[in-house]
Design a protein. Sequence first.
Lengths: 228, 228
Amino acid sequence: MDIQLQIKMNEKLFLRDPEQSELGKKIIQESIQLIYKNGFEAFTFKKLAIDIGSTEAGIYRYFENKHRLLIYLTAWYWSWLEYQVIFQTNNIQDPMVKLKMVIKLLATTIEDDTNTRHVDESILHQIIITEGTKAYLTKRVSEDNKDQLFKPYKDLCAIIGKMILECSPNYQYPKSLASTIIEMAHFQNFFMNNLPSLTDFADNKDEADIVRFLEDLVFSSIKRPSCL
Amino acid sequence: MDIQLQIKMNEKLFLRDPEQSELGKKIIQESIQLIYKNGFEAFTFKKLAIDIGSTEAGIYRYFENKHRLLIYLTAWYWSWLEYQVIFQTNNIQDPMVKLKMVIKLLATTIEDDTNTRHVDESILHQIIITEGTKAYLTKRVSEDNKDQLFKPYKDLCAIIGKMILECSPNYQYPKSLASTIIEMAHFQNFFMNNLPSLTDFADNKDEADIVRFLEDLVFSSIKRPSCL
DNA sequence: CCTGCAAAGATAGTGTTACTATCTTTGCAG
DNA sequence: CTGCAAAGATAGTAACACTATCTTTGCAGG
């Protein structure tokens, strides 16, 4: 069975849909490699053009600028992750087990999904850890939000928030706890590898420890009422 | 009583100490205004030079580049906040009360501290919320960390971690919980004001709600063992 | 087979950014 | 009054972030 997974993206994210052409797919594929390698600040359309054997002007036909491309990549990632969450929690009844699965998906290294040929998810995951927040930490965030550019992120947050409420219908902060899990899954990973004294995982550098920390955080918070 | 508070900064943060001259202080003062107004991406030394009536070359004598200036501002902020934490928790015995004070300091709007004439802390606080993580979310983070540029942040995290252990000596993740509190105090604030559906504070937009969320998060986590 | 049209390639050009260099002026300390 | 450091003035460069325009390619419909 060879099923190619295609994620339908918001049209405001691009000028021309990169999934619809070879050049477009190469832009996605190689931009992921290049951002991973040099970081988003050092990433330019010029360098990308050279890497894919095209021209700057060619890339500008797909994306307004590099920041839009970053938003596209993050939106793609969160859409893909939402799909993974829905897929992996399908047929699971216990909301606690579902939540644990979500935490695992968020905090654990992702293998490349061969159903999406032009995207290497494991590298994209690394990019999202380091560069993901830069998509929205800007002066333009409200305008971009009006164009629904962050919808995949917000959708995922809403799904996790619902699971939290399923576990604990009286918990007061489901959405904030959801966004906390999402961000901390990434920040603790970044800290563990780069600023280890900000974490308790410096010795082993094991993602499983992050999972345990997040599980502890979440389930202590939402179970507390029943505990009192 | 007129005491001017001066924070001793790591010498690697600058080429020439901005606290030691009028021009230096103007660079700090106006860069805070300019970054607040236009965001870090749009901030340039050229614009800053015009605003302070000096030249680009003049600013380059103080800071290698704008990223170093951002690291300086964040380091200054965390040093100042550490001082506030120590000052405000002085003579408090109960570690839980101390922790609550820390959460309040992290998550609540700061009034301008008149003891530091060239820094407007309330605006700096806003900058740290939006731009703070960009100081370390780079490819250079390990080198910068070796130069101890993030020491103030790490020191604050260590202090909070210690308070957590005072509350609950057996808690396993004091440092990760500390960095979670610090980051979430800012992220939840940013989300509340810019991407409200990621939080549970959209209606009131009240920082006191963030404080309550963080207190709930922290004290559920660290009290759990005694609860079982 | 020709026509038309869209995608992509090729090339050029502009204003801005991120610096670096050098020379002059200012102010003050010895 | 001399010397020296800080700051001002000015210039220059390579890279970056675009925009414009013109040509080529490929292939779809008539």
